[in-house]
Each structure stands twice: as C-alpha cells, then as structure tokens.
Design a protein around this ligand. Structure first.
Ligand code: MLT
Length: 259
C-alpha cells in the first residue's frame, strides 16, 4: 500500500497527525504551519482517503489503519512518535497504542473519544456506506456540516467551510464507504483507557457536538496521566477552526516531553 503523506518541520520529536472521517491530511495544514518550527510533522492520508488509494474489500478496520501507520513509520525510519489523532484518527490511535506501545511517546486525542458505536449508529454506518457507494461522498458534506463545524465557523468563515467541503467532496467513494463500515465495527477502549501508561492530551472544540467538552473532561479524568484543554471558537475540527489555540496546547504538552 503506497501511502501519501506530507512531512514538514524538524526537531527531535516526530508528531504523527492522523485525520478524521471523511477528511484528509490537509485538515492539519494550518496547525502544522504553527508548530513545524519546533517539531517534525508527519501527516498521512489514510487508506482510501485523500491521495492514498483504497484497498480491495468493502471494509477497513481501525486496526488495519493502525498497522498501515506502523508500516509508514517503518518506511520513514521513525521508531517512536507522538500519536495525535482527530476523531477517527483517535480511534486508530487506541489500536496503535495497544499494538505498538513501544512506538508511542504520548497520545493526543483531538475531538475524539474512546467508545464504540451503538448498534443503531453502526447500522447507520452501513446505510451511509451503501449510499456513498451508490452516489459518491458529496452528500456527506451537507449531511455532516452541523456536527463538524461550529455555527460561528459556518456563518463567518467561508474559507474554512470551503476547505471542509473540498476534503469531503473530493474523497474516493470506495475508500469512504470502507472506512464508514470500519468505524461501525470499532472497539470500545473506555476501560483500557483507564490503564493507558502514556501522557495524554485531550482537546476539544467548545462547540463540538460529537465529542462534547463535558464528555471529554470525564474521559480525561478517567485516565491516569491526562490533561484536558478546551479550544474556543471551534467545533469538531478544532485544529482547522482554531489552529493557533490548538497549536499552543500541543506545543506546551510536547515541549514537556522533550525536557
Ligand atoms: C470523524 O471526524 O472522524 C468522525 O466524526 C468520526 C465518526 O464519525 O465517529
């Protein structure tokens, strides 16, 4: 599998930025520009998303995506990284931390959680996958926008809305459908989270309705070494909607790892 990725910056601490669904690595561009003077940034497109081609089969699991990322790090000669995942990227991160604990120096969970889908939500993933296969992913842009961007972003920031739409609409139908099914089958890591032996930073936009701040605070409190930071003027895409505040939190957290 030939992965597409963007590398920027330099520094001793590589940070792997793993995008959400159904986006691509460009959702990190504004954040990467803020922090690449301090850290080496690796931002891949997951299998079947952005410019990375889909694989055979109609479902890709979070565990398979975690394995893909380990293979990518091997290719790049990176032994250990800070794993930073947004939403689905965080779900992949739980699998990565379980399978490759020696390769993670810290875990950043952006607008994400540790749970799995309810049976009803999982059934909806299959409906989504079939519709994407039939007509492409463009309908998702309208269907999801209220859950992804803060109302103030939708009203006042046409450039961010256009960025969001471009990512969703240009994605590959087969890739999006396969990952939708994988999301519906993802595992519940809530219990394991309470025993994760890593420094953790949990971030969420103040207007995130998919990973709302109260739930993120509960998750952070359940973990042995987790800090919670709320990002203002942002919904579910905090690194894109408010890259400056997200960068400040990531920078402060990661600098402590180096000292
Ligand atoms: C994401 O941003 O990755 C999605 O909201 C994840 C999901 O649908 O659960």
């Amino acid at each position: 599998m030939k992965y597409h990725y963007n590398i920027s910056g330099s520094g001793d601490l590589p940070i792997l930025l793993v995008h959400g669904f159904p986006f691509d690595h460009t959702m990190w561009d504004l954040l990467a520009a803020e922090i690449s003077s301090d850290f080496r940034i690796i931002a891949p497109d997951l299998r079947g998303m952005g410019q990375t081609p889909p694989s055979e089969g109609n479902c890709v699991t979070m565990a398979e995506l975690a394995q893909d990322l380990a293979n990518l790090l091997d290719t790049l000669g990176v032994e250990k990284c800070v794993f930073c995942g947004l939403s689905m990227g965080g779900y992949v991160g739980w699998e990565f931390c379980e399978k490759f604990p020696h390769r993670v120096s810290a875990f950043i969970l952006c607008d994400s959680n540790a749970g799995c889908d309810t049976p009803e939500a999982a059934a909806n993933r299959e409906i989504t996958a079939q519709r994407v296969e039939a007509e492409g992913p463009a309908f998702l842009a309208d269907a999801m926008i209220g859950n992804i961007l803060a109302p103030e972003t939708v009203e006042n920031r046409p450039e961010i809305v256009a960025w969001y739409r471009r990512m969703v609409e240009s994605n590959n139908a087969q890739g999006v459908a396969a990952i939708a099914r994988g999301l519906g089958r993802r595992r519940d890591f809530r219990e394991k989270a309470t025993r994760l032996g890593l420094p953790v930073l949990i971030l969420s936009g103040e207007a995130d309705v998919l990973s709302p701040p109260p739930a993120m605070k509960v998750l952070a409190a359940s973990m042995p070494d987790a800090k919670y930071v709320q990002i203002s003027h942002a919904g579910h895409l905090a690194p894109l909607e408010n890259p400056q505040e997200t960068a400040a939190a990531v920078r402060e957290f990661c600098r402590k790892l180096i000292i």
